[in-house]
Design a protein around this ligand. Structure first.
Ligand code: BTN
Length: 321
């Protein structure tokens, strides 16, 4: 039924009315099945579909599905040489899929962008869910030769790429250590980085990004969306620009590490010189004043006059107030 629901969505994507009869004819199925697919779009995928007697079904507005050709059209020369693009309608998680494919020898630069994840994952074991079409969910596979230990600061560098891309569309985003993208102090996007490889040898890294374009509905923390910043960029164009910036920063990071981005990251950072609270998967929270980051992307915090260093890992940070 998911496959039919996506086929129906493609028919409705122009935002115009389509009669159940026409749709059934195109899909080669009964009108009852079309009706069930529309219900799936509404009930399972969180979409609104108008149904008007005598006219048929219509979406509230035109809907831009992910299309490899449209993403490719927005890539610059460097990015076009780096990325191999793939899309999927529905899978468990783009990170899970790319980690599996990485283990099977998938190439450096593979991108998987997904319309709907059934088991999207966030940091610290959280879930990542988004109504269909409300944003972007994608992962990229990057193979590094600097060893796992040389990858400290990678998540901050990915944040820098996202800031560059989003600010090019005039969205005034900031970064929250280690890897959230904030708009108006609320979470606009999250980054999940997963690694496999050797301490000193080749490493496969999967970088997963989830970004809210429309309001994602009820979630367990304050969130923001591109729509509230008045940004009307299409999903394919936005994905292309994110991939352009990622290709550029990852190549520099590969050669020079995080130190090359330390100043830029600091300029984008929220909460610097402010009271913060650090929470860990184990142990007591730590309060202090965020001072900045070191050349490896570790957070420097003034805790009652003592400077402490916190490495990216099972840590989450929030404003203390
Ligand atoms: C976080 O803020 O906790 C990170 C969220 C990362 C979500 C993205 S969506 C695409 C990719 N696939 C996943 O399962 N997770 C990441």
């Amino acid at each position: 039924m998911s496959a039919l629901a996506f086929a129906v969505l493609r028919q409705l994507a122009d935002g115009r009315f389509h009669s159940g009869e026409d749709m059934a004819q195109v899909q080669g199925c009964s009108r009852t099945l079309i009706w069930q697919a529309v219900h799936k779009l509404e009930n399972d995928f969180g979409m609104t579909v108008f149904s008007v007697r005598g006219q048929g079904y219509r979406l509230p507005q035109a809907f831009e599905l992910l299309e490899v050709a449209r993403v490719r059209a927005g890539l610059d020369d460097v990015a076009a040489n780096v990325w191999t693009l793939a899309t999927a309608d529905e899978i468990d998680s783009s990170n899970t899929q790319l980690m599996m494919r990485a283990a099977q020898g998938a190439p450096h630069g593979l991108v998987l962008a997904v319309e709907r994840q059934t088991a999207g994952r966030g940091r610290l074991g959280r879930r990542w869910q988004m109504p269909l079409g409300a944003g972007l969910t994608f992962s990229v596979l990057w193979r590094f030769d600097r060893g796992l230990s040389g990858l400290a600061g990678l998540s901050l560098v990915v944040g820098v790429a996202m800031v560059r891309a989003l600010r090019s569309f005039k969205v005034p985003v900031q970064l929250k250590w280690p890897n959230d993208v904030l708009l108006n102090g609320r979470k606009l996007a999250g980054i999940l980085i997963e690694l496999s490889g050797d301490a000193l040898g080749p490493a496969a890294v999967v970088i997963g990004i989830g970004l809210n374009m429309q309001s994602p509905g009820e979630v367990d923390q304050p969130v923001a969306s591109l729509a509230e910043a008045g940004c009307q960029v299409g999903r394919n164009a936005l994905l292309a620009e994110l991939l352009n910036q990622l290709a550029a920063v990852l190549a520099t990071f590969d050669r020079e590490g995080f130190a090359a981005f330390r100043n830029e990251w600091t300029d984008c950072a929220a909460f610097l010189q402010q009271p913060v609270l650090l929470r860990f998967s184990h142990g007591e929270p730590v309060a202090g004043v965020a001072l900045g980051v070191d050349d490896h992307g570790a957070l420097l915090v003034d805790c009652d006059g003592e400077q402490r260093v916190f490495h990216v890992g099972e840590v989450s940070l929030r404003a203390a107030s």
